[in-house]
Design a protein around this ligand. Structure first.
Ligand SMILES: C[S@@+](CC[C@H](N)C(=O)[O-])C[C@H]1O[C@@H](n2cnc3c(N)ncnc32)[C@H](O)[C@@H]1O
Length: 170
C-alpha cells in the first residue's frame, strides 16, 4: 500500500485529470478509502478556504500520513480525517463530491457500502468511482455498476482514466 506515497505515482497518475473537472471552490468532498491522502490533499487545494474535504480510511496509519501531509501544506483546517470504524463516519455530513479511488474492490459488502454513500451524497452531487484495471475485470466492474444502480445511483458518465475503470454516478 505504500506505493500510494510514492513520488513516481505523480508521473503515471497525476491527480489533476482525475479530479479537476469534478470539484469547485466551496465544495464539500468525501475521499472514501483515502489512504495517505494522495487525492485528499489536491482536493483540499481545489475546494479552497470555503470548502472542506473529509478523508475516511480503515487504517489509522494511512490517516496519520494524510494528516501529516495536510499539516505540511497548511490545509489542516479544511481536511477532516476519520476512521471508518467511527460509528458516525458518514453522518450527519452530506457531500457535493465523493471520490472512491481504487478501493471498492476491497469492500466485502459493496451493497451496504454503496447504500451508505448514496445517503451521504447531496441531490446534485457527483460520485466518482474508479477501480484499477489490473485488479478489477470488466465483469466485476459491471456488477459494481449494477449494484450502484439498485442502490439508487444513475450512471451518468463513463470516464476514461489511465489504468482504471471509472464512472461518475449521480
Ligand atoms: C488501494 S488503496 C487507495 C488509497 C487512495 N484512494 C489512493 O488512491 O491513494 C485502498 C484504500 O482503501 C482503504 N479501504 C478499504 N476498505 C475500506 C472501507 N470499507 N472503508 C474505508 N476505507 C477502506 C484501505 O485501507 C486503503 O487505504
Amino acid at each position: 500500500m505504500y506505493f500510494a506515497d510514492h513520488r513516481l505515482r505523480r508521473l503515471f497518475q497525476p491527480t489533476g485529470p482525475v479530479i479537476e473537472s469534478l470539484v469547485a471552490p466551496g465544495d464539500s468532498c468525501l475521499d472514501i478509502g483515502c489512504g495517505m491522502g494522495y487525492f485528499t490533499i489536491p482536493l483540499a487545494h481545489l475546494v479552497g478556504p470555503t470548502g472542506r474535504v473529509t478523508g475516511v480510511d480503515l487504517q489509522p496509519k494511512m490517516l496519520e500520513g494524510a494528516a501529516r501531509r495536510a499539516r505540511r501544506e497548511g490545509l489542516a483546517d479544511r481536511v477532516g480525517l476519520r476512521l471508518v470504524t467511527d460509528a458516525d463516519w458518514a453522518a450527519p455530513d452530506r457531500y457535493d463530491v465523493i471520490l472512491a479511488m481504487w478501493m471498492l474492490h476491497e469492500v466485502p459488502d459493496q451493497k451496504d457500502f454503496l447504500v451508505t454513500l448514496r445517503k451521504t451524497l447531496r441531490a446534485n452531487g457527483r460520485f466518482l468511482l474508479v477501480e484499477p484495471r489490473l485488479h478489477v475485470r470488466e465483469r466485476q466492474w459491471q456488477d459494481s455498476l449494477d449494484l450502484a444502480r439498485t442502490t439508487g445511483f444513475a450512471i451518468c458518465t463513463p470516464r476514461r482514466l489511465r489504468y482504471s475503470r471509472a464512472a461518475i454516478l449521480q
